[in-house]
Design a protein around this ligand. Structure first.
Ligand code: KG4
Ligand code: ZN
Length: 376
Protein backbone atom coordinates (compact mmCIF):
# COMPACT_ATOMS: atom_id res chain seq x y z
CA UNK A 1 0.00 0.00 0.00
CA UNK A 2 1.44 3.38 -1.01
CA UNK A 3 0.57 6.41 1.11
CA UNK A 4 1.28 10.07 0.43
CA UNK A 5 1.82 11.85 3.78
CA UNK A 6 1.31 15.60 4.21
CA UNK A 7 2.43 17.56 7.29
CA UNK A 8 2.01 21.31 7.82
CA UNK A 9 1.22 21.79 11.52
CA UNK A 10 3.80 24.48 12.32
CA UNK A 11 6.80 25.85 10.43
CA UNK A 12 7.69 22.72 8.43
CA UNK A 13 5.99 21.90 5.13
CA UNK A 14 6.49 18.22 4.42
CA UNK A 15 5.42 15.47 2.05
CA UNK A 16 6.55 11.84 1.90
CA UNK A 17 5.59 8.62 0.18
CA UNK A 18 5.80 5.24 1.92
CA UNK A 19 5.26 1.72 0.65
CA UNK A 20 3.92 -0.51 3.43
CA UNK A 21 3.16 -4.25 3.53
CA UNK A 22 2.87 -6.67 6.47
CA UNK A 23 3.92 -4.01 8.99
CA UNK A 24 7.06 -3.25 6.98
CA UNK A 25 7.35 0.41 5.99
CA UNK A 26 9.71 1.49 3.22
CA UNK A 27 10.34 5.17 2.69
CA UNK A 28 10.13 6.07 -1.01
CA UNK A 29 10.58 9.81 -0.53
CA UNK A 30 10.72 12.36 2.27
CA UNK A 31 10.78 16.09 1.55
CA UNK A 32 10.70 18.87 4.17
CA UNK A 33 10.85 22.64 3.69
CA UNK A 34 11.12 24.87 6.73
CA UNK A 35 10.41 28.51 7.46
CA UNK A 36 12.52 28.36 10.67
CA UNK A 37 14.99 30.82 9.10
CA UNK A 38 12.21 33.43 8.93
CA UNK A 39 11.56 33.04 12.66
CA UNK A 40 15.23 32.75 13.72
CA UNK A 41 15.68 36.33 14.91
CA UNK A 42 12.26 36.79 16.50
CA UNK A 43 12.78 33.94 18.95
CA UNK A 44 9.65 32.00 18.01
CA UNK A 45 7.25 31.12 15.22
CA UNK A 46 5.08 33.96 13.91
CA UNK A 47 1.86 32.11 12.94
CA UNK A 48 0.87 34.44 10.09
CA UNK A 49 4.30 34.20 8.46
CA UNK A 50 4.45 30.43 8.97
CA UNK A 51 1.08 30.02 7.22
CA UNK A 52 2.21 32.16 4.27
CA UNK A 53 5.33 30.04 3.89
CA UNK A 54 3.19 26.88 4.06
CA UNK A 55 1.12 28.14 1.12
CA UNK A 56 4.23 28.92 -0.91
CA UNK A 57 5.85 25.55 -0.24
CA UNK A 58 3.09 22.95 -0.15
CA UNK A 59 2.68 22.29 -3.90
CA UNK A 60 6.44 22.23 -4.75
CA UNK A 61 7.08 19.94 -1.77
CA UNK A 62 4.36 17.46 -2.76
CA UNK A 63 5.50 17.61 -6.39
CA UNK A 64 9.07 16.78 -5.35
CA UNK A 65 7.98 13.98 -3.02
CA UNK A 66 5.98 12.32 -5.81
CA UNK A 67 8.81 12.59 -8.34
CA UNK A 68 11.35 11.29 -5.82
CA UNK A 69 9.11 8.34 -4.95
CA UNK A 70 8.68 7.16 -8.53
CA UNK A 71 11.92 7.96 -10.36
CA UNK A 72 11.40 5.24 -12.96
CA UNK A 73 8.05 6.49 -14.16
CA UNK A 74 8.69 8.64 -17.19
CA UNK A 75 5.83 10.96 -16.49
CA UNK A 76 6.48 14.59 -15.70
CA UNK A 77 3.07 15.37 -14.24
CA UNK A 78 2.45 14.82 -10.52
CA UNK A 79 -1.24 14.29 -11.27
CA UNK A 80 -0.31 11.11 -13.15
CA UNK A 81 2.10 10.03 -10.42
CA UNK A 82 -0.80 10.28 -7.97
CA UNK A 83 -2.36 7.29 -9.73
CA UNK A 84 0.22 5.15 -7.89
CA UNK A 85 -0.95 6.32 -4.45
CA UNK A 86 -3.58 4.36 -2.49
CA UNK A 87 -4.36 6.93 0.22
CA UNK A 88 -3.45 10.41 1.45
CA UNK A 89 -2.44 10.88 5.10
CA UNK A 90 -2.64 14.37 6.55
CA UNK A 91 -1.93 15.98 9.92
CA UNK A 92 -5.20 17.47 11.20
CA UNK A 93 -3.82 18.70 14.56
CA UNK A 94 -2.60 19.86 16.95
CA UNK A 95 -0.84 22.90 15.53
CA UNK A 96 -1.29 26.42 14.25
CA UNK A 97 -4.64 26.79 12.53
CA UNK A 98 -3.31 28.76 9.55
CA UNK A 99 -0.54 26.23 8.95
CA UNK A 100 -2.74 23.16 9.48
CA UNK A 101 -5.36 24.41 7.03
CA UNK A 102 -2.83 24.52 4.21
CA UNK A 103 -2.04 20.79 4.45
CA UNK A 104 -5.62 19.76 5.20
CA UNK A 105 -7.17 21.71 2.34
CA UNK A 106 -4.47 20.55 -0.09
CA UNK A 107 -5.11 16.92 0.91
CA UNK A 108 -8.84 17.46 0.38
CA UNK A 109 -8.28 18.92 -3.08
CA UNK A 110 -6.08 15.96 -4.06
CA UNK A 111 -8.69 13.55 -2.71
CA UNK A 112 -11.50 15.28 -4.55
CA UNK A 113 -9.67 15.10 -7.87
CA UNK A 114 -8.20 11.59 -7.55
CA UNK A 115 -10.99 9.89 -5.51
CA UNK A 116 -8.31 8.57 -3.13
CA UNK A 117 -9.34 8.35 0.54
CA UNK A 118 -7.85 10.59 3.25
CA UNK A 119 -6.53 9.21 6.55
CA UNK A 120 -6.45 11.95 9.24
CA UNK A 121 -3.48 11.83 11.62
CA UNK A 122 -2.88 13.26 15.09
CA UNK A 123 0.55 14.90 14.83
CA UNK A 124 1.61 13.79 18.33
CA UNK A 125 0.69 10.15 17.80
CA UNK A 126 2.35 10.47 14.40
CA UNK A 127 5.72 11.34 15.98
CA UNK A 128 5.77 7.93 17.70
CA UNK A 129 5.54 6.20 14.30
CA UNK A 130 8.99 7.38 13.27
CA UNK A 131 9.98 4.26 15.22
CA UNK A 132 7.98 2.00 12.88
CA UNK A 133 9.75 3.06 9.69
CA UNK A 134 11.79 0.06 8.64
CA UNK A 135 15.43 0.92 8.35
CA UNK A 136 17.89 -1.75 7.27
CA UNK A 137 17.68 -5.53 7.32
CA UNK A 138 18.35 -5.84 11.04
CA UNK A 139 15.23 -3.90 11.92
CA UNK A 140 12.55 -5.63 13.94
CA UNK A 141 9.49 -3.53 14.73
CA UNK A 142 8.82 -2.46 18.33
CA UNK A 143 6.92 -5.03 20.42
CA UNK A 144 3.99 -4.17 22.66
CA UNK A 145 3.49 -3.15 25.36
CA UNK A 146 5.56 -0.12 24.44
CA UNK A 147 6.24 3.07 26.37
CA UNK A 148 6.54 6.21 24.22
CA UNK A 149 8.26 9.39 25.37
CA UNK A 150 7.04 12.20 23.10
CA UNK A 151 9.22 15.28 23.54
CA UNK A 152 8.62 18.10 21.09
CA UNK A 153 8.51 21.89 20.94
CA UNK A 154 4.98 22.05 22.30
CA UNK A 155 4.44 18.73 24.11
CA UNK A 156 6.03 16.34 26.60
CA UNK A 157 4.02 13.16 27.17
CA UNK A 158 4.52 9.57 28.31
CA UNK A 159 2.19 7.12 26.59
CA UNK A 160 1.74 3.45 27.38
CA UNK A 161 0.76 1.49 24.26
CA UNK A 162 -0.70 -2.00 24.52
CA UNK A 163 -1.33 -2.05 20.79
CA UNK A 164 -1.61 0.43 17.93
CA UNK A 165 -5.13 1.32 19.02
CA UNK A 166 -5.07 0.73 22.78
CA UNK A 167 -2.94 3.33 24.51
CA UNK A 168 -3.14 5.62 27.51
CA UNK A 169 -1.46 8.80 28.74
CA UNK A 170 0.41 8.19 31.99
CA UNK A 171 2.14 11.55 32.47
CA UNK A 172 3.41 14.75 30.94
CA UNK A 173 4.52 18.29 31.53
CA UNK A 174 2.52 20.54 33.86
CA UNK A 175 3.70 23.70 32.06
CA UNK A 176 6.37 24.25 29.38
CA UNK A 177 7.36 21.42 27.04
CA UNK A 178 10.94 20.12 27.04
CA UNK A 179 11.59 21.66 23.60
CA UNK A 180 10.12 24.95 24.78
CA UNK A 181 12.50 24.90 27.78
CA UNK A 182 15.44 24.36 25.43
CA UNK A 183 14.28 27.10 23.05
CA UNK A 184 13.53 29.70 25.75
CA UNK A 185 16.76 29.22 27.69
CA UNK A 186 18.68 29.09 24.39
CA UNK A 187 17.22 32.50 23.57
CA UNK A 188 18.53 33.88 26.88
CA UNK A 189 21.98 32.68 25.80
CA UNK A 190 21.63 34.40 22.42
CA UNK A 191 20.94 31.39 20.17
CA UNK A 192 18.59 31.86 17.22
CA UNK A 193 15.23 30.01 17.12
CA UNK A 194 14.89 27.06 17.31
CA UNK A 195 17.64 27.13 19.91
CA UNK A 196 17.42 23.49 21.06
CA UNK A 197 19.89 22.00 18.54
CA UNK A 198 22.27 24.99 18.85
CA UNK A 199 22.25 24.89 22.65
CA UNK A 200 22.83 21.14 22.50
CA UNK A 201 25.84 21.53 20.18
CA UNK A 202 27.33 24.15 22.52
CA UNK A 203 26.71 21.88 25.51
CA UNK A 204 28.38 18.88 23.85
CA UNK A 205 31.28 21.09 22.86
CA UNK A 206 31.74 22.19 26.48
CA UNK A 207 31.71 18.62 27.80
CA UNK A 208 34.15 17.42 25.13
CA UNK A 209 36.56 20.30 25.60
CA UNK A 210 36.58 20.31 29.42
CA UNK A 211 36.16 16.56 29.94
CA UNK A 212 33.83 17.45 32.79
CA UNK A 213 31.81 14.55 34.21
CA UNK A 214 28.06 14.71 33.65
CA UNK A 215 27.50 14.16 37.39
CA UNK A 216 29.18 17.52 38.04
CA UNK A 217 26.63 19.36 35.92
CA UNK A 218 24.10 19.95 38.69
CA UNK A 219 23.71 23.71 38.82
CA UNK A 220 20.01 23.92 37.95
CA UNK A 221 17.07 22.41 39.85
CA UNK A 222 15.40 19.17 38.75
CA UNK A 223 11.74 19.90 39.62
CA UNK A 224 9.51 16.97 40.59
CA UNK A 225 12.32 14.46 40.12
CA UNK A 226 11.54 12.63 43.36
CA UNK A 227 7.76 12.78 43.03
CA UNK A 228 5.90 9.56 42.60
CA UNK A 229 4.37 10.37 39.21
CA UNK A 230 5.41 10.67 35.55
CA UNK A 231 5.03 14.44 35.34
CA UNK A 232 7.49 17.22 34.62
CA UNK A 233 7.72 20.96 35.14
CA UNK A 234 10.11 22.94 32.96
CA UNK A 235 8.84 26.50 33.30
CA UNK A 236 11.13 27.37 36.23
CA UNK A 237 14.31 26.62 34.28
CA UNK A 238 14.44 29.94 32.44
CA UNK A 239 14.12 31.87 35.72
CA UNK A 240 16.84 29.72 37.28
CA UNK A 241 19.12 30.45 34.32
CA UNK A 242 18.43 34.19 34.58
CA UNK A 243 19.14 34.10 38.31
CA UNK A 244 22.47 32.38 37.65
CA UNK A 245 23.37 34.95 35.00
CA UNK A 246 22.57 37.77 37.44
CA UNK A 247 24.62 36.17 40.16
CA UNK A 248 27.75 35.63 38.02
CA UNK A 249 27.55 39.01 36.34
CA UNK A 250 28.98 41.92 38.30
CA UNK A 251 25.98 44.09 37.45
CA UNK A 252 23.73 45.19 40.25
CA UNK A 253 20.87 46.16 37.94
CA UNK A 254 18.05 43.67 37.56
CA UNK A 255 17.18 42.53 34.07
CA UNK A 256 13.73 41.17 33.34
CA UNK A 257 13.26 37.76 31.75
CA UNK A 258 11.46 39.31 28.77
CA UNK A 259 14.53 41.35 27.89
CA UNK A 260 16.19 38.49 26.04
CA UNK A 261 18.41 40.65 23.88
CA UNK A 262 20.07 42.55 26.74
CA UNK A 263 20.71 39.30 28.59
CA UNK A 264 22.29 37.61 25.58
CA UNK A 265 24.51 40.67 25.04
CA UNK A 266 26.09 40.52 28.52
CA UNK A 267 29.81 39.71 28.32
CA UNK A 268 29.46 37.12 31.03
CA UNK A 269 26.78 35.30 29.03
CA UNK A 270 28.96 35.26 25.92
CA UNK A 271 31.86 33.94 28.01
CA UNK A 272 29.92 31.33 29.95
CA UNK A 273 27.51 30.33 27.19
CA UNK A 274 28.77 26.80 26.60
CA UNK A 275 28.97 25.98 30.30
CA UNK A 276 25.45 27.27 30.91
CA UNK A 277 24.25 25.32 27.86
CA UNK A 278 25.74 22.11 29.29
CA UNK A 279 24.07 22.75 32.66
CA UNK A 280 20.70 23.42 30.99
CA UNK A 281 20.89 20.35 28.78
CA UNK A 282 21.79 18.13 31.74
CA UNK A 283 18.94 19.51 33.86
CA UNK A 284 16.37 18.76 31.13
CA UNK A 285 17.83 15.36 30.21
CA UNK A 286 18.16 14.25 33.83
CA UNK A 287 14.47 14.66 34.68
CA UNK A 288 13.31 13.19 31.36
CA UNK A 289 15.47 10.10 31.90
CA UNK A 290 14.59 9.64 35.58
CA UNK A 291 10.81 9.77 35.16
CA UNK A 292 10.92 7.59 32.04
CA UNK A 293 13.03 4.97 33.83
CA UNK A 294 10.59 5.05 36.78
CA UNK A 295 7.76 4.31 34.35
CA UNK A 296 9.77 1.42 32.86
CA UNK A 297 10.25 -0.03 36.36
CA UNK A 298 6.51 0.02 36.99
CA UNK A 299 5.10 -0.95 33.57
CA UNK A 300 7.99 -3.16 32.30
CA UNK A 301 7.29 -2.43 28.63
CA UNK A 302 8.99 -4.50 25.93
CA UNK A 303 9.96 -1.36 24.00
CA UNK A 304 10.77 2.26 24.79
CA UNK A 305 10.07 4.59 21.85
CA UNK A 306 11.62 8.06 21.80
CA UNK A 307 9.78 10.56 19.63
CA UNK A 308 9.56 14.27 18.81
CA UNK A 309 12.17 16.89 17.98
CA UNK A 310 13.92 16.74 21.36
CA UNK A 311 14.58 13.01 20.86
CA UNK A 312 17.17 14.13 18.28
CA UNK A 313 19.21 15.32 21.28
CA UNK A 314 22.41 13.29 21.42
CA UNK A 315 22.84 13.53 25.18
CA UNK A 316 19.24 12.39 25.82
CA UNK A 317 19.67 9.38 23.52
CA UNK A 318 22.90 8.31 25.22
CA UNK A 319 21.77 9.06 28.79
CA UNK A 320 18.62 7.02 28.44
CA UNK A 321 20.48 3.99 27.05
CA UNK A 322 23.15 4.33 29.79
CA UNK A 323 20.50 4.35 32.51
CA UNK A 324 18.70 1.39 30.95
CA UNK A 325 21.97 -0.55 30.95
CA UNK A 326 22.78 0.59 34.47
CA UNK A 327 19.39 -0.55 35.81
CA UNK A 328 19.60 -3.73 33.70
CA UNK A 329 16.13 -3.32 32.23
CA UNK A 330 15.23 -5.65 29.40
CA UNK A 331 13.22 -3.05 27.49
CA UNK A 332 14.47 -2.47 23.94
CA UNK A 333 15.20 1.19 23.14
CA UNK A 334 14.04 2.59 19.79
CA UNK A 335 15.35 5.95 18.65
CA UNK A 336 14.50 7.30 15.19
CA UNK A 337 17.20 8.75 12.97
CA UNK A 338 17.54 12.46 13.93
CA UNK A 339 15.99 13.56 10.64
CA UNK A 340 12.87 11.51 11.45
CA UNK A 341 12.59 12.96 14.99
CA UNK A 342 11.80 16.50 13.91
CA UNK A 343 8.63 17.30 11.95
CA UNK A 344 8.28 15.35 8.70
CA UNK A 345 5.58 13.60 6.68
CA UNK A 346 7.18 10.12 6.69
CA UNK A 347 5.89 9.36 10.17
CA UNK A 348 2.49 10.86 9.32
CA UNK A 349 2.13 8.39 6.43
CA UNK A 350 3.42 5.55 8.64
CA UNK A 351 0.97 6.36 11.43
CA UNK A 352 -1.85 6.32 8.85
CA UNK A 353 -0.81 2.85 7.69
CA UNK A 354 -1.18 1.51 11.24
CA UNK A 355 -4.44 3.45 11.81
CA UNK A 356 -6.18 3.01 8.44
CA UNK A 357 -9.32 5.02 9.14
CA UNK A 358 -10.24 6.26 5.67
CA UNK A 359 -12.53 9.25 5.57
CA UNK A 360 -14.26 11.13 2.80
CA UNK A 361 -12.66 14.53 2.08
CA UNK A 362 -15.77 16.47 3.12
CA UNK A 363 -15.57 15.08 6.66
CA UNK A 364 -12.00 16.26 7.34
CA UNK A 365 -11.29 19.38 9.41
CA UNK A 366 -8.18 21.00 10.90
CA UNK A 367 -8.20 20.63 14.72
CA UNK A 368 -5.61 22.96 16.27
CA UNK A 369 -6.30 21.91 19.88
CA UNK A 370 -6.09 18.11 19.63
CA UNK A 371 -4.45 16.37 22.58
CA UNK A 372 -2.39 13.21 22.17
CA UNK A 373 -5.32 11.08 23.38
CA UNK A 374 -7.87 12.59 20.98
CA UNK A 375 -9.10 10.27 18.27
CA UNK A 376 -9.14 12.00 14.89
O1 KG4 B 1 8.80 17.71 17.03
P1 KG4 B 1 9.33 19.01 16.57
O2 KG4 B 1 10.16 19.04 15.31
O3 KG4 B 1 8.20 20.06 16.38
C1 KG4 B 1 7.09 20.10 17.23
O4 KG4 B 1 6.14 19.31 16.98
O5 KG4 B 1 7.15 20.90 18.19
O6 KG4 B 1 10.19 19.59 17.79
C2 KG4 B 1 10.83 20.82 17.73
C3 KG4 B 1 11.56 21.02 19.03
C4 KG4 B 1 12.16 22.42 19.17
O7 KG4 B 1 11.86 22.89 20.47
C5 KG4 B 1 13.65 22.17 19.00
O8 KG4 B 1 14.45 23.11 19.67
C6 KG4 B 1 13.78 20.80 19.62
O9 KG4 B 1 12.65 20.10 19.14
N1 KG4 B 1 15.01 20.10 19.18
C7 KG4 B 1 16.04 19.84 20.01
C8 KG4 B 1 17.02 19.20 19.23
N2 KG4 B 1 16.55 19.11 17.94
C9 KG4 B 1 15.31 19.67 17.94
N3 KG4 B 1 16.19 20.08 21.31
C10 KG4 B 1 17.36 19.69 21.87
N4 KG4 B 1 18.35 19.08 21.20
C11 KG4 B 1 18.23 18.81 19.88
N5 KG4 B 1 19.22 18.22 19.22
ZN1 ZN C 1 6.18 17.78 15.91
Amino acid sequence: MKILGIESSCDETAAAVIDAHNDTVTLLSNITATSAGVHARTGGVIPEQAARKQIESIIPVIDLALHDAFPDIQEPKSTSLLANIDAIAVTVGPGLIGSLLVGVETAKAISLITHKPIIPVNHLVGHIYANFITSGEQYSPPSFPALALVVSGGHTDLILMNSHTDYKWIGGTRDDAAGEAFDKTARLLGFDYPGGPLLSAAADNYVESTLIRYESLNLFPRPMINENNYDWSFSGLKTAVLREIMSISKKNTTIKLADYQSIAQLDIVKKERNRLAAEIQEAVVDVLVEKTLNAIDIYTPKSLLLAGGVSANKRLRIAIQDQMNHRKVETQLYVPKPILCTDNAAYIATCAYFHPKKISWNKIDAKPDLSIMDIV
